[in-house]
Design a protein around this ligand. Structure first.
Ligand code: UDX
Length: 443
């Protein structure tokens, strides 16, 4: 089989490379000449474990290629995927669909045989129909169907998520299109992946429903964590206690500084807007958005409280600025709220992140960047863990303590154990866990 993938961003590049690994001939198309040039030279523009090898292997096998020429890419394809960005529109939170519709116009110009036009980008309900209408308007006689095939890839484990998904969701407007999509995913039948084939609108909504549900789940445990602190309970035991109920499930019950990243903040907002627009408001998700926004800001207050109520003139060491580990993605990272709030309160912030510093430099002015975790610590008044990178999980605590001015750690990812930290002589603040002395672990 043969496909074209428009957009070599995160979703397009991972999906394109993974399809080629399945044996499909994939041509990835992008308008960014520099990006295509770099990809042709084997450079991967994003940080995703395993992606460089996957791309190199499939390029060498002749199944994966990169071009700026959509016409050439669409020759003889069974399907063309739209995997361009859908950022939040400034001001109103609606998804900005101009790139998707632009891609549809261009696809229309090059359709010369039956092709399935698939939206892979996360797009609001109704977008697939609009893509269909645009193509129909430009090329009334063209032979095509539209389909929706949302992705459920997590950054940092995207290849595994693609190769071994919990499910594949396909929204198709005809049996013929459904059949092409099933054939593309045939390798997954071997591992008995459930494939949900449904209508276009249902597939589009399923993606948003999944992401907003997960955002709500995280927000729920974050609020339970806050309550745990007040009543002296342990949020991890609560999470385990409820998560073992199969109806609830164990995953996504880890409390933290609030969800960030390229999907949850954008998708929750977009679904809220869609729901309001059609007069069926999603009040749960409206509240989730509101709580999460406030939470990120409250995290700075938590750090300030742990430093005795003021960080004015103090140095705060920050470990991790990416929205989660194994990515260099800074989009809607909690650090973007926390670090400026600390600076506004008079703190000097010295930070380190294993992958995201290059991105973060542009977004977090005034931060002093260190070469490694220990490089942030010398003479700092406290250390705050914002991202749970593995390399922060087993720091030499004696060394940490000797470098800090005061042994104060604020662990917003709960990667250390309160008892161990107390034994090591730290004043330790985490999320939703009582301190070993039996009191609250917040100052
Ligand atoms: C998410 C979805 O998981 C994926 O299915 C979808 O396609 C895109 O959005 P991603 O944004 O890469 O993927 O990250 P994910 O690992 O889901 O984490 C999102 C945010 O939630 C992070 O900020 C993370 O720290 C936070 N999170 C996650 C928690 O705070 N607690 C948890 O238990 C899980």
């Amino acid at each position: 089989m043969r496909i074209a993938m428009i957009g070599t961003g995160y979703v397009g590049l991972v999906s394109g490379a993974c399809f080629s690994e399945f044996g499909v001939h994939v041509t990835c198309v992008d308008k960014d000449a520099g990006k295509i040039e770099r990809l042709k030279n084997g450079e991967i523009p994003i940080y995703e474990p395993g992606l460089d090898d996957l791309v190199a292997r499939n390029v060498a096998a002749g199944r994966l290629s990169f071009t700026m020429d959509l016409k050439e890419a669409m020759q003889g394809v069974d399907a063309v995927f739209i995997a361009v960005g859908t950022p939040s529109r400034r001001g109103d939170g609606h998804a900005d669909l101009s790139y998707v519709y632009g891609a549809a116009e261009e696809i229309a110009q090059h359709l010369d045989h039956y092709t399935v036009v698939v939206t892979k980008s996360t797009v609001p309900v109704g977008t697939g129909r609009e893509v269909e209408a645009i193509i129909r308007r430009v090329r009334p006689e063209a032979e095509f169907d539209v389909a929706s095939n949302p992705e459920f890839l997590r950054e940092g484990s995207a290849i595994g998520d693609f190769m071994r998904p919990d499910r594949v969701v396909i929204g198709a407007t005809s049996d013929r299109a459904g059949e092409v999509m099933r054939r593309l995913y045939r390798p997954l039948y071997l591992i008995e992946t459930p494939i949900v084939v449904t209508s276009l609108e249902t597939a589009e909504l399923t993606k948003y429903a999944a992401n907003t549900f997960l955002a709500a789940k995280i927000t729920f445990i974050n609020e339970i964590a806050d309550l745990c602190e007040k009543v002296g309970a342990n949020v991890h035991d609560v999470a385990r206690g409820i998560g073992l109920d199969g109806r609830i499930g164990k995953k996504f019950l880890h409390p933290g500084p609030g969800y960030g990243g390229s999907c949850f903040p954008k998708d929750t907002l977009a679904l809220v807007r869609t729901a309001q627009q059609v007069g069926s408001p999603l009040r749960i998700i409206e509240t989730v958005v509101d709580i999460n926004d406030k939470r990120k800001k409250q995290m700075a207050e938590r750090i300030i409280a742990a430093c005795g109520g003021s960080v004015d003139g103090k140095t705060v060491a920050v470990l991790g600025v990416a929205f989660k580990p194994n990515t260099d993605d800074m989009r809607d990272s909690p650090s973007l709220d926390i670090v400026p709030a600390l600076q506004a309160a008079g703190a000097h912030v010295r930070a380190f992140d294993p992958a995201a510093m290059h991105e973060a430099e542009k977004l977090l002015p005034g931060v002093e960047w260190a070469k490694d975790a220990y490089g942030t610590l010398e003479g700092a008044d406290c250390v705050a863990i914002l991202t749970e990178w593995n390399e922060f999980r087993a720091l030499d605590l004696r060394r940490v303590k000797s470098m800090l001015k005061r042994p104060v750690m604020i662990d917003l990812r709960n990667i250390y154990n309160p008892e161990d930290m107390a034994k090591a002589g730290f004043t330790y603040t985490s999320i939703g866990r009582p301190s070993p002395a039996g009191g609250m672990d917040r100052g």
